[in-house]
Design a protein around this ligand. Structure first.
Ligand SMILES: O=P(O)(O)O[C@H]1O[C@H](CO)[C@@H](O)[C@H]1O
Ligand SMILES: O=c1cc[nH]c(=O)[nH]1
Length: 232
């Protein structure tokens, strides 16, 4: 048991899917896993382990933002020996050709979060995806005929920006979309020399103003989840 996770040693698989929303974790476990048990209810941050195509896999919510995912990633790696951490998140599009429900693999995560500025005494650090998981995820997507986009994303500390137009600078420099956790996840994984990848589904577009509902974000991002599950 760690401070934020009540699982026993051995309850959590080497590979874990990490949606921000704990109810998305519950939906993934109920929809895709067999012989499932719940290993965490602390703070309602539901975590489950089960079998996917006969192989053990876990899924747990992370909450929103870099501090929250950093706590869970740290405890999963250092207390439960997790080796592959795969975020399955929602994101807002920053590009005209990235539409609602498109899938984005985050090769790198730029950020306005203060955590790495603090960690590296004001210097820049470039949090990047695991090449191994990235390559494997590409192969899976190809074999399933699922089109994906890949590139730099923004991990932001704010969901509601004071200046809505501020996204345009990131957009001009090729950033594909915005979410709130990948830079934290990639940094903690790198620190402990384990693998991490963020797979994102576009839930909003800052360009067109379109968006999906909360229920759709909880239960309908199937292609992203099926790619992630096959990474076991
Ligand atoms: O859908 P999740 O995985 O929570 O991801 C995105 O959604 C939340 C904001 O609504 C933030 O956590 C952001 O990163
Ligand atoms: O962080 C996020 C996630 C989804 N959509 C956004 O606009 N921002």
């Amino acid at each position: 048991m760690s401070i934020h996770i009540e699982a026993k040693k051995g309850d959590i698989a080497e590979t874990i899917l990490l949606p921000g929303d704990p109810l998305r974790a519950k939906w993934i476990a109920e929809t895709y896993l067999e012989e499932t048990f719940c290993f965490n209810k602390i703070r309602n941050m539901f975590g489950y382990t089960g079998l996917y195509q006969g192989k053990p896999i876990s899924v747990m919510g992370t909450g929103m933002g870099v501090p929250s995912i950093s706590i869970y990633a740290h405890e999963l790696i250092t207390e439960y020996d997790v080796k592959n951490l795969i975020r399955v998140g929602s994101a807002g599009s920053y590009q005209k050709d990235i539409k609602l429900r498109d899938i984005v693999f985050a090769m790198a995560a730029s950020s306005n979060s203060g955590l790495n500025t603090l960690r590296f005494n004001g210097a820049d650090y470039a949090p990047t995806a695991s090449f191994k998981l990235f390559q494997k995820a590409l192969d899976i997507a190809k074999s399933k005929n699922i089109a994906i986009k890949a590139g730099n994303v923004l991990t932001s500390d704010e969901f509601y920006a004071d200046n809505f137009e501020s996204y345009k600078k990131w957009s001009e420099f090729g950033v594909l979309c915005v979410e709130m956790e990948s830079a934290g996840l990639y940094t903690i994984a790198a620190k402990h020399q384990v693998e991490a990848l963020s797979i994102l589904t576009i839930s909003d577009s800052l360009i067109s103003g379109e968006h999906t509902t909360s229920k759709e974000r909880e239960t309908s991002f199937k292609d992203m989840i099926e790619i992630a599950l096959e990474l076991t």
